[in-house]
Design a protein around this ligand. Structure first.
Ligand code: PMP
Length: 397
């Protein structure tokens, strides 16, 4: 039986494959410390869980409008208006099962076959996958370690062609933990306005920020109508398994995104949406405590990794990832690339990390090797995991 040709263009998130391997090793009885997956190890705040169970018991177990229930869209519109300093109405909000559908739906709605989309590389692998899937041309924008994992404005300018339709941003950034500076955002806004482009701004880590202040490109004058803002509840409220996210966009586009949702999901689970209202409007103490803990862990992992021969890393400023340069460690160990290091660490040190290739194709001329570690595990695990990495790397070099 046939599988459609387009499936050959759909990528994946290899983190889930590594997770399957980690689970297999754990089931065999191995004591694995995993820095592989990007989800908080904290429980969803109590008040949010209670609101969801109450909503189920109160009978909110039926379909809702495809764009989401009005009170949640109102709460989101209020939250975004406050945090981004713009005026957002509920018609400009679409609620989806997780933030991911907004990425997919936006590219599907705004990019024709043959159109070009610029996206950060290394980056969240779903961007490249979806651009290619819908028949667009993926144009990677290199993020450079020497620029604190921002980009060179010249690199961006030279990638703009008459076929460019969209620029994708992600700040704070997965996998580097970098954030875009106000100057970076101004540059992108200027280019987007001049070339009449959409900007898909993935702000899922907007609350998980340690140094500096979060800025969104949507706040820059002239950007609101061309920005599709992606955010959600998965990371800030440790709600990855609930599947609740949203997009902010001009209402002329919102109707199309909602129509895709009608075709694919009908709607997001109704009781989950009620829990979302509580997450936004209720007490924030649990979420804030989680983020404060991430910051402490960041400091521990940053110090620990930098103390390993052949590894050097920048201090992440947001999200919960660290992206060390492991070029020298790979060289000392005789490895061709960080993928070999990933395998070595998993099997020799019982530590799971993700290699550079999990985050998009290698940029032209890119010679350095990197791995990503998510520090969403206890301080004890982080200390022990770093110790294991140090031993495995230094004993062989
Ligand atoms: N964008 C980025 C940059 C992410 O890292 C993730 C989750 N790993 C998502 C979007 C998807 O979030 P959700 O689980 O809410 O779909």
């Amino acid at each position: 039986m046939q599988i459609a040709r387009r499936m050959g263009r759909l990528g994946t998130e290899t983190a889930f494959e590594v997770l399957a391997e980690v689970n297999r090793l754990k089931a065999e009885g191995q004591n694995i410390i995993s820095f592989a997956l990007g989800e908080p190890d904290f429980d969803t705040p109590r008040n949010v869980k209670d609101t969801a169970t109450k909503a189920i018991n109160d009978g909110y177990t039926h379909y809702s409008p495809s764009a989401g229930i009005l009170p949640l869209r109102e709460s989101i519109a209020h939250y975004i208006s406050e945090t981004r300093g713009i005026e957002v109405t509920p018609e400009e909000v679409v609620v989806t099962p997780g933030a991911k559908p907004i990425v997919f739906d936006s590219i599907l709605s705004c990019v024709n076959e043959g159109d070009e989309v610029i996206y950060p590389n290394p980056g969240y692998p779903i961007y490249e996958s979806v651009i290619n899937f819908i028949g667009g041309k993926s144009v990677p924008l290199p993020l450079l370690e020497e620029k604190s994992f921002s980009f060179d404005p010249e690199d961006l300018r030279m990638r703009i062609t008459p076929k460019t339709r969209m620029i994708i941003l992600n700040s704070p950034h997965n996998p580097t933990g970098g954030i875009l500076s106000p100057d970076d955002l101004e540059t992108i806004a200027e280019i987007a306005i001049q070339a009449d482009l959409w900007v898909l701004s993935d702000e899922i880590y907007s609350k998980i920020i340690y140094d500096g202040e979060f800025r969104s490109i949507i706040s820059i004058p002239g950007m609101k109508d061309r920005t599709i803002l992606v955010d959600g509840f998965s990371k800030t409220y440790a709600m990855t398994g609930w599947r609740l996210g949203f997009g902010i966009m001009k209402k002329e586009l919102a109707v199309h995104i909602a129509r895709i949702e009608t075709n694919v999901d009908s709607c997001t689970a109704t009781f989950t949406q009620y829990a979302g209202i509580e997450a936004l409007k209720g007490p924030q103490a649990e979420s804030s405590a989680m983020i404060a803990e991430f910051q402490k862990r960041r400091d521990i992992i940053y110090e620990g990794l930098n103390d390993i021969e052949g590894i050097k890393c920048l201090r992440p400023r947001g999200a919960f990832y660290i992206y060390p340069n492991v070029t020298e460690a790979c060289r000392n160990l005789g490895f061709r690339d960080s993928k070999e290091l990933q395998q070595y660490l998993l099997h020799k040190a019982n530590v799971a990390v993700l290699a550079r290739n999990c985050f998009g194709q290698r940029n032209e001329g890119e010679k350095e090797e990197y791995i990503r570690l998510s520090y969403v595990t206890s301080r004890e695990n982080i200390i022990e995991g770093v110790k294991r990495i140090k031993k495995a790397i230094e004993s062989k070099s």
